[in-house]
Design a protein around this ligand. Sequence first.
Ligand code: GRF
Length: 208
Amino acid sequence: MGRTLRLVVMASGRGSNFSAIADAIREGALDAKIAALICDRPKAAVIDRALTYGDIDIAVLTRKGFATRADYDRALAELAAGYDPDIIALAGFMRVLGPEFVGRFPGRVVNIHPALLPSFPGLDAQKQALEYGVKVSGCTVHFVDEGTDTGPIILQEAVPVLEGDDEDSLSARILEKEHSLYIKALRLIGEGRVGIEGRKTRVDEKRE
Ligand code: GRF
């Protein structure tokens, strides 16, 4: 059932979530096509990763040269829209997108965050969790609205914080879960099993 989900992935850095999505598609675990990677940093490692697949368009658009953030967001939205995506998947895109971007794709932009939202939004979520002293953290896939990590939650997975964890060890344990959770969320969306109801989602996981 469902249809091939047309994705634009937006990333700024390392790109492990990007690769997890691209690998899942290649292995037949996710019925999707990455129409393009959009990156805001010309030297990001994610670009080298995208090149290895051979069939993924790569577009780099930096903030430089745009007078305002709104102008930049409009240009990003125009660029993304040109690939005709069903869903725009943020995968470590290190900018908050304003209404000029998000308003153009209502209910179609998703993000992965390395904490159990609404705890620890924004930057350095794993560090925030360690400093707070929580015993359980995790990751969240959510729709993007105009706030920072505030949109309707699609899926979450818990990850224990262990005695002696530092930012690197906790981040690595969460990252492993991020990869599978993001793919599962995209699969559910592609199969039409995720609906938005106000600030909540309804997720039909019965046939997973
Ligand atoms: C991940 O931890 C993701 O949750 C956060 O940024 C990081 C990106 O990692 N939004 P990668 O570039 O996908 O490896």
